[in-house]
Ligand binder design. Structure first.
Ligand SMILES: C[S@@+](CC[C@H](N)C(=O)[O-])C[C@H]1O[C@@H](n2cnc3c(N)ncnc32)[C@H](O)[C@@H]1O
Length: 204
């Protein structure tokens, strides 16, 4: 599992790696642009939305939101990712903090129309995901939404099938979402598959 220094080192080449993986329709980023595009469209339905991005990285999604009138807040633990994102979004409220320890204190003082997390929360165990998502849900405005785009599956059997197909490329250190299991904690959770290995989870 990469720590913040690992992400610092990956930051400058990140967009390229992701783009190639998506274009080749290969795990883990097959469907990446489509996942981010669909989340973008959902958020654009609410003018001037206030958005929190957990693990915003180089700001691929949040920069588009920022340029289209959203107020952007974010948390990431990589100093280099924050540097790259800050150049694109000088007025965004970006904080450096480890989300395995929860939401950064200043971000707890605010409510959001949308909380997004793309390709970031698979660094948490399933129990940590549930606890963190419950704490995030408290920070939603009425009719707000949590939108998670990631390597994700409806069932454990589908995850295992993908793992078999991917073979040695499969990253055993990442803990991917299984929608039917997460519904024990979030019964209304919606899952929209986007590619053979990715999808969007929506919690209201
Ligand atoms: C694979 S990148 C995804 C970036 C972006 N959301 C995207 O969709 O392209 C994962 C991001 O989450 C951040 N991250 C990973 N684990 C984290 C943690 N425990 N606390 C805070 N940020 C973390 C990394 O620094 C990195 O920027």
């Amino acid at each position: 599992m990469l720590n913040n220094k690992g992400f610092d080192l990956w930051a400058d080449g990140y967009d390229k790696t992701v783009g190639v993986s998506d274009e080749e329709n290969s795990y883990p980023f097959a469907g990446y642009k489509e996942v981010l595009g669909r989340i973008f469209k959902t958020i654009m339905e609410k003018p001037k939305a206030v958005v929190l991005d957990i693990g915003f990285g180089t700001g691929t999604l949040t920069t588009k939101l920022y340029e289209n009138g959203c107020t952007v807040y974010g948390q990431d633990f990589s100093a280099r990712m924050i540097e790259l994102a800050s150049v694109k979004m000088p007025d965004a409220h970006l904080y450096q903090a480890d989300f395995s320890e929860g939401l950064a204190e200043p971000l707890q003082q605010q409510n959001y129309d949308f909380i997004v997390a793309t390709y970031s929360l698979h660094h948490l165990t399933d129990d940590q995901k549930v606890a963190f998502l419950k704490s995030l849900r408290k920070r939603l405005n009425p009719s707000g939404m949590i939108l998670i785009g990631d390597v994700a599956f409806e069932t454990r059997a589908q995850l295992e099938k993908c793992q078999q197909e991917v073979g040695n490329e499969w990253d055993d250190e990442e803990i991917y979402f299984v929608a039917e299991e997460l519904r024990n904690a979030f019964p209304d959770l919606l899952f929209t598959p986007v590619s053979y290995c990715a999808g969007i989870l929506t919690i209201t």
